[in-house]
Design a protein around this ligand. Structure first.
Ligand SMILES: O=C(O)CCC(=O)C(=O)O
Length: 265
């Protein structure tokens, strides 16, 4: 469970307090309660359910990732279970409205600087976690496959419904974004190894990011995080985007530079 000091309530403000800014920099994540505008949240959920119902591409399937618990291929039982509705921005204007709302953009500016961009190459999706055929995502840092001049990006995660340990909420390691871990702490796929004795004290610090509908998590691209499969009866839905400052461009020729970016106003 997140401790009370880590849980802050938006309380009508459209900015972070100094304490919240400091907390983000120290912990590498920040939970903000009730930040998602209720009308926008409902519209995003509607677009999500519609996208699933009509199988609107591009989709990522659980079977594509080969994580523990995932169906072996798209053709076996559960093989058509969707893991992500990709390209969220191309699905409905509501996602742009959400990230451009002062509640989000003002806070990002406080953390990243006056000019904020949203790379479309990363996240830009709705994560769906189905009860029966979802998978375990191992401990990792999102920056592992991203290429920017500096490892300084922030992801914003909006809970469209409840998120808890039972349905596979995110878990994070506070302060891990400030630590340089040895290369051998990670496996070949750059997952932080849970089977390694020397990683045990790090993983013992895990915190569950339990969210109510409309709660938002800001987290740093080097923050170690993981999530289990969904053990509940209901699907979990979360909207995720990533942001950078204008002085931290993607490395030319990398996958991070291969897609357009939104300059936010
Ligand atoms: O919800 C999950 O299973 C984890 C998602 C995640 O960590 C990611 O996509 O980077």
């Amino acid at each position: 469970m997140a401790s009370p000091q880590e849980v802050l309530t938006a309380s009508g403000r459209d900015s972070l307090t100094d304490q919240e800014v400091q907390q983000f920099h120290q912990q590498g994540y920040l939970i903000l309660r009730g930040l998602g505008d209720e009308d926008l949240r409902r519209r995003m959920l509607h677009v999500t359910l519609e996208g699933l119902h009509r199988s609107i591409e591009p989709l990522e399937f659980e079977a594509d990732v080969h994580y523990p618990g995932a169906p072996e291929s798209r053709s076996v039982a559960g093989g058509q279970t969707v893991r992500r509705l990709k390209q969220a921005f191309s699905r409905d204007i509501v996602f742009l409205e959400w990230i451009q709302s002062p509640a989000i953009l003002n806070r990002l500016k406080q953390l990243l600087g006056p000019q904020v961009l949203c790379p479309l190459a990363h996240h830009n999706c709705i994560m769906t976690k189905e009860p029966r055929f979802s998978s375990d995502t191992g401990w990792h840092q999102d920056i592992r496959y991203w290429s920017f001049e500096q490892p300084e990006l922030i992801s914003v995660w909006l809970a469209l419904g409840k998120e808890n340990l039972h349905n596979g909420c995110l878990q994070v390691i506070p302060g891990s974004h400030r630590v340089q871990y040895d290369r051998d702490c990670f496996d070949d796929a750059k997952f932080f190894r849970a089977d390694l004795d020397k990683n045990a004290p790090v993983l013992a610090q895990r915190r569950a990011v339990e969210l109510e509908p409309g709660d938002v998590l800001f987290f740093h691209c080097k923050t170690l995080h993981a999530a289990t499969r969904n053990y509940s009866e209901d699907t979990k839905y979360s909207v995720v985007f990533t942001f950078r400052s204008s002085d931290n461009p993607p490395v030319p020729g990398s996958r991070s530079s291969a897609s357009a970016e939104l300059l936010l106003h």
